[in-house]
Each structure stands twice: as C-alpha cells, then as structure tokens.
Design a protein around this ligand. Structure first.
Ligand code: GRF
Length: 200
C-alpha cells in the first residue's frame, strides 16, 4: 500500500477527490497526512476522513528556507512514500525538492510546458488559446518544469472566464492525479525512471 502525504493551500477540491478515491479498499494508496502552508479550508476534508493534518504557516518563518525545513521535518515524521502537491501555492526551497524528488508530484491547471506558474488558467485566457489542459508532473527545482507524468487537453470555450475555465480543468486534474497515484502504487509508473536529472 503506497502511503501519501498531500500538501494544499486552498479549498482542497482535488484533495477531496483523492480522499474519495483512496476510501475505496481496492485503491492501492492511502493518504496518511495532509499539510498546508496556512489555515486552508481544504484541511476540513482531511478531518472529515479522520486523517491527521498539520499547518506550517509560511508567514511565521523568516525565510522560505526555514519554512521549508519545518515542512520537511513534518513530512519526514510521517515518512510517506509519495508527496502530492495539490494546489500548494508556494515554491518549495531547493533543499526540500532535493530531499523528496522524484517522490513528489504536482498538479497544474495547464498543458505544460505551456503556461507554467501560479496563473496557468489566467495566462491561457490572456494568450487567447482555444486549447489548454491539465498536467501532473514530478516536482523539480524549476517552476512547473519537471517530467510530465500525465496530461490532457481541455477546450477554452467562448465566454470562458478564469473561474469557468478552471472549473472545467479541475475534474481533469483530479482524474489524472488519481490515476498517477494509482500507477505509482502499482508500480506501473516508476518515478525514478521518469526523472532524468538536469545537466547543469
Ligand atoms: C488546482 O487547479 C491546482 O492545480 C492549482 O490550484 C487548484 C487547487 O484547487 N494550483 P483545490 O484547492 O484542489 O480546489
């Protein structure tokens, strides 16, 4: 059984979908802890499932590095096989990425490498594209630049705003994430083999 820690910042609707999937005894992964960088609304989903939570408030630390050290310590205490960033709106310090990569994945509401960064949905709209998408990647030390594990196209419809488009992308993100975690758990997806170290 693959053990998973999930990190969030927001409403945690993707977390909720993963919790629902993992509640099926046939699903080969279990969420052991949910962490957040603030008092995120989404922590309620973990509590509803009786799953422990922790918060490492970003603002409470003098630097990203120190925040990351505490986050890493919390994760290590749970010793998960996999860390899932599900809407964590913070860049992890390189030390944390180095400690967990490639056993750390992120979901992104665009078809990477198109529109990386915190505003993937908005940037797709601004660019005027008719197709965007959703991706699940391994976290590396860049911004949404790690190896792509799964992705799927989503159409931009006339009249879409950031909200309507994001609402159509999220169900795709959820499906891809649930499938990636399943494939990691069954061994169909070998994260170590997927991650080719970058040549510096
Ligand atoms: C997802 O689209 C995620 O990729 C993005 O923020 C959203 C998280 O939504 N970075 P939620 O908190 O799971 O509802």
């Amino acid at each position: 059984m693959l053990t998973v820690a999930v990190l969030i910042s927001g409403t945690g609707s993707n977390l909720r979908a993963l919790l629902d999937a993992a509640a099926d005894p046939a699903y080969p992964a279990r969420i052991v802890v949910v962490g957040a960088d603030r008092e995120a609304d989404g922590l309620e989903h973990a509590e509803a499932f009786g799953i422990p939570t922790f918060t490492v408030p970003y603002e409470a630390y003098p630097s990203r590095e120190e925040w990351g050290r505490e986050l890493d310590a919390q994760l290590r205490a749970w010793n998960p096989d996999l860390v899932v960033l599900s809407g964590l709106m913070r860049l992890l310090p390189a030390s944390v990425v180095a400690a967990w990569s490639p056993r750390i994945v992120n979901t992104h509401p665009a078809y990477l490498p198109e529109f990386p960064g915190a505003h993937g949905v908005r940037d797709a709209l601004t660019a005027g594209v008719t197709l965007t998408g959703a991706s699940v990647i391994v976290v590396d030390d860049g911004v949404d630049s790690g190896p792509i594990l799964a992705q799927e196209r989503v159409s931009v419809l006339p009249g879409d705003d950031e909200h309507t488009l994001h609402d159509r992308i999220k169900p795709v993100e959820r499906r891809l994430l649930i499938d990636v975690v399943r494939r990691v758990a069954t061994g169909d997806l070998d994260l170590a083999a997927t991650s080719v170290p970058r040549i510096r």
